[in-house]
Design a protein around this ligand. Structure first.
Ligand SMILES: CC(C)(COP(=O)(O)OP(=O)(O)OC[C@H]1O[C@@H](n2cnc3c(N)ncnc32)[C@H](O)[C@@H]1OP(=O)(O)O)[C@@H](O)C(=O)NCCC(=O)NCCS
Length: 188
């Protein structure tokens, strides 16, 4: 792969279209498989497989992110013509929610997530931002903490519809205050 700086230079970001679904799926699937698999927690790779992402529920969730609609935006990052990352922001009253934030593993850590978050913050116009995170995903937890997000409320557990009975994954909510969102936007 080209150097990090060249990669970022050759990258572009645009808003999503309905026709992006086919390419969007592997970006989410491969990043999730890499970030969420955990031997210690009994979270096997197969729980995040292509088959899982091809299921009806996952397809609907992805369309909900990707298809343009009122009060939400999804930006996609491309290296040449290849989709390598995505982020969605959805308006929820006085707050906005960040979701579907994924960069392909081989493109992580070189500043692409930062560029996407900047787009999201600009759209968010200084509102509070919430998100759901699986806390065993320590790298993303560290990234969000570095950006000023803090944990709030108690944890919950997700059971994805295609998973075997009894399998669940712990999630937490994180919040970036209005002040925090303003400070982060200035910094980025
Ligand atoms: C979370 C994610 C989208 C971030 O994208 P990225 O392109 O890797 O992030 P960047 O390289 O732009 O780095 C973002 C910031 O985190 C910092 N960072 C990067 N790796 C880090 C690490 N391992 N620990 C702590 N901070 C880190 C960077 O220095 C940068 O900080 P800055 O904005 O102050 O300069 C990406 O890592 C990813 O797809 N992870 C797997 C999926 C996931 O967990 N998504 C979130 C679901 S809620």
């Amino acid at each position: 792969m080209a150097s990090a700086r060249n990669t970022v230079k050759r990258m572009h970001i645009r808003l999503s279209r309905r026709s992006d679904l086919k390419e969007y799926m592997p970006v989410l699937q491969r990043s999730a498989e890499d970030a969420y698999t955990s031997k210690r927690l009994g979270l096997d790779r197969s729980l995040f497989s292509e088959r899982v992402y091809a299921s009806k529920d996952m397809q609907e969730w992805m369309k909900g992110n990707l298809y343009p609609g009122q009060g939400k935006r999804t930006w996609l990052a491309f290296f040449g013509s290849r989709m390598i990352g995505a982020i969605t922001v959805k308006r929820y009253g006085r707050r906005n929610e960040l979701r579907g934030f994924y960069i392909l593993p081989e493109f992580q850590g070189i500043g692409i997530g930062r560029l996407l978050v900047k787009k999201a913050l600009e759209f968010s116009k200084g509102k509070e931002i919430i998100l759901i995170l699986y806390p065993h995903n320590l790298k993303s937890l560290a990234i969000y903490r570095g950006w000023g997000f803090r944990r709030f409320g108690g944890p919950g557990y997700h059971h994805w519809p295609t998973w075997p009975e009894g399998v669940r994954m712990k999630y937490i909510h994180m919040l970036l205050t209005k002040g925090g969102a303003g400070r982060l936007l200035k910094r980025l």
